[in-house]
Each structure stands twice: as structure tokens, then as C-alpha cells.
Design a protein. Structure first.
Length: 125
């Protein structure tokens, strides 16, 4: 099962370079069999740029998750804490093999499951 995630361009570049191996989320996948993510790069790019395998998902408090993942999170502490402000639980998707597409793909390639850019994520298969 794959899930498409909307990710800001600065973080997409860090994922594709291998610097960022954790993708943080405030909500977890309800389906437990997600084994890959499809990377949708948000504005201004607005395109699907690659995929990554999912090696696991860590669940903890934001403070604990930061302590465990910050060296590979591709984000500074202030931005991380701002993102999780007010959240008791934080999730970190451990990314495995990352594959960039040769050319960016439009969202229409994922129709009819994907009609517009996902707010957070959407299952694509």
C-alpha cells in the first residue's frame, strides 16, 4: 500500500539528497500496511517527484521523538516544536530507499484516487 504525502520543497530536497530520513506527521496512517510513500512536492513545484519505502513508524511525545530522530530529521528544533505545538503524540516515518523520478509527474497521473493535492496524505493504492 502506498500513501501520497504533501511535503514542502525544502524538505523534499533533503529527502532526495538522503539528509532527511524521517518524515514527521501529526497524524498516523490508519491503514497499517503502508510500505511506501509517494512524494508530492508542494508549491511552487506542485508535482510528484519520487517515492520512498517505509521502514517503520515511530510514535512518541514530540520531545522524545526529537531526541531519537533529530540528527536525521532534516529540520531545526524550533520548526519541529512549532509543527508539533499542542500535540501530545508525534509520528516519524522512517524512510528507506528513496527513488527520484526522472521527470516530475502531475497529480492527474494518480486519478481518480487523487483529485487534488493531499492536505496531509492520501492512500494511492
Amino acid at each position: 500500500m502506498k500513501a501520497m504525502l504533501s511535503i514542502k520543497p525544502e524538505y523534499v530536497e533533503r529527502i532526495l539528497s538522503g539528509e532527511k530520513t524521517y518524515e514527521y506527521r501529526r497524524k498516523a496512517f490508519r491503514k497499517k500496511d503502508v510500505d511506501a510513500i509517494v512524494i508530492y512536492c508542494t508549491r511552487p513545484r506542485c508535482a510528484v517527484v519520487g517515492e520512498a519505502t517505509v521502514e517503520g513508524i515511530l510514535t512518541s511525545s514530540p520531545e522524545d521523538l526529537w531526541a531519537k530522530t533529530s540528527k536525521s530529521g532534516g529540520i531545526d528544533r524550533e520548526s519541529f516544536m512549532k509543527y508539533f505545538d499542542g500535540a501530545d503524540t508525534a509520528y516519524a516515518i522512517k524512510l528507506g530507499k528513496v527513488s527520484a523520478f526522472d521527470a516530475p509527474r502531475p497529480l492527474s497521473d494518480y486519478a481518480p484516487k487523487v483529485k487534488r493535492a493531499p492536505q496531509s496524505f492520501v492512500y494511492v493504492d
